[in-house]
Design a protein around this ligand. Structure first.
Ligand code: PLP
Length: 380
């Protein structure tokens, strides 16, 4: 592993100046195939861009460096990354422990897609280490964790869960989308695989959909790369380039997201129309101590419940002006949404159902006073 600091790796890892032109930014190799010098004579190892593409290779090397892994793989979306991982490591008859708070699409992948192929799953509160230990069965192959979780900002102790996984001989997967590798490094804490929706903080500008897997297990990395090519949901060159460009400023963005979100969480905590605030940076958050131990700062996501129920929560979303009403998160601009009707509609009626009066914020990097003023008027 490199001894350079995160901010330096974010800008340089996997991206030497272009050998032919000296371009300081990795070019977008918008190409599907490569001239061979005689049959099988590959220049630089490239033969077809589903298998490998130089722009994607640069991103994949960068992702591996930032997460402290040996292998990074870039996909067309976060769910494509998850799908590749599940179909690489699971077989009919296997069981997976999934969290009681997770992105709705992740739950849907387990409950509506993977289950049909004979994989069973059960839900555990992953913030409770004993609950996860109890949920593991002889046929369990994976423990899946999102921390902080979407949308309730639950915090799970990665090092403790890695211990549970090791003892049980199963793999620990951590969805690191909310934290990003700048704030949290799951592989160093013992996780086997890190998952990202690079659509979010890694891309950072709401202009690309992408996903990633990173592992420090060389054998698993090979198997994942084999399946990435065999299944084909790769990141295209322009999308890979956009994610790489976003990552260069990840550290400064995450510092600002975290600072702004802290101010927003405090405003909401003191507001008479708000009944509960979910932000791991608040000392009263049940996962605050664990978050302080495993995260550098607490990130840009804040959720809260509104006095007056679902209609009141929806009204707050409608009244916000600077916070744009929309799905997704992690961009420079602030977003607001109603998880029950939007991002988490697919968990309705399940163990992952979210409160109807919940509002989720992706706090952007605008001037914080403008954000506070907009929330105050939306809640008034
Ligand atoms: N993981 C988390 C925590 C997410 O929030 C999302 C999307 O919102 C995903 C995974 C799926 O990523 P994508 O939308 O890029 O497929």
């Amino acid at each position: 592993m490199s001894d350079q600091h995160f901010e330096t790796l974010a800008i340089h890892a996997g991206q030497p100046a272009d050998a032919q032109t000296g371009a300081v930014v990795t070019p977008i190799y918008q190409v599907s195939t490569y001239k061979q010098d005689g049959v099988g004579g590959l220049r630089g190892g490239y033969e077809y861009s589903r298998s490998a593409n130089p722009t994607r290779t640069a991103l994949e090397a960068n992702l591996a460096a930032l997460e402290g892994g040996s292998r990074g793989l870039a996909f067309a979306s976060g769910l494509a990354a998850e799908d590749c991982l599940l179909r690489t490591v699971l077989a009919p008859g296997d069981h997976v422990v999934i969290p009681n708070d997770a992105y709705g699409g992740t739950f849907r992948l387990f409950a509506k897609v993977v289950e049909r192929w004979g994989v069973t799953w059960s839900v555990a509160d992953t913030s409770d280490v004993q609950a996860v230990r109890d949920a593991v069965r002889p046929e369990t192959k994976l423990i899946w964790v999102e921390t902080p979780s979407n949308p309730l900002l639950g915090v799970s102790d990665i090092a403790a869960l890695a211990g549970v996984a090791r003892q049980a001989g199963v793999r620990l997967v951590v969805d690191n989308t909310f934290a990003s590798p700048y704030l949290q490094q799951p592989l160093a804490l013992g996780a086997d695989v890190v998952v990202h929706s690079t659509t979010k903080y890694m891309g950072g500008h709401s202009d690309v959909v992408g996903g990633a897997l990173v592992t420090s297990d060389a054998g698993l990395g090979e198997e994942l790369a084999y399946h990435q090519n065999a299944m084909g949901a790769v990141a295209g060159p322009f999308d890979a380039w956009l994610v790489m460009r976003g990552i260069k400023t990840l550290a400064v963005r995450m510092d600002r997201h975290s600072a702004n979100a802290t101010r927003v969480a405090h405003l909401l905590s003191a507001h008479p129309k708000v009944t509960q605030v979910y932000y791991p940076g608040l000392p009263e958050h049940p996962g605050h101590e664990v978050a302080a131990k495993q995260m550098k700062a607490f990130g840009g996501m804040v959720s809260f419940r509104v006095d007056g129920g679902e209609e009141a929560a929806v009204a707050v979303c409608d009244r916000a002006k600077l916070f744009t009403l929309g799905e997704s998160l992690g961009g420079v601009e602030s977003l607001i949404e109603h998880p029950g009707r939007m991002t988490h509609a697919s968990v309705a009626g399940s163990a992952l159902e979210v409160p109807a009066d919940l509002v989720r914020l992706s706090v952007g990097i605008e001037a914080v006073d403008d954000l506070l003023a907009d929330l105050s008027q939306a809640l008034a």
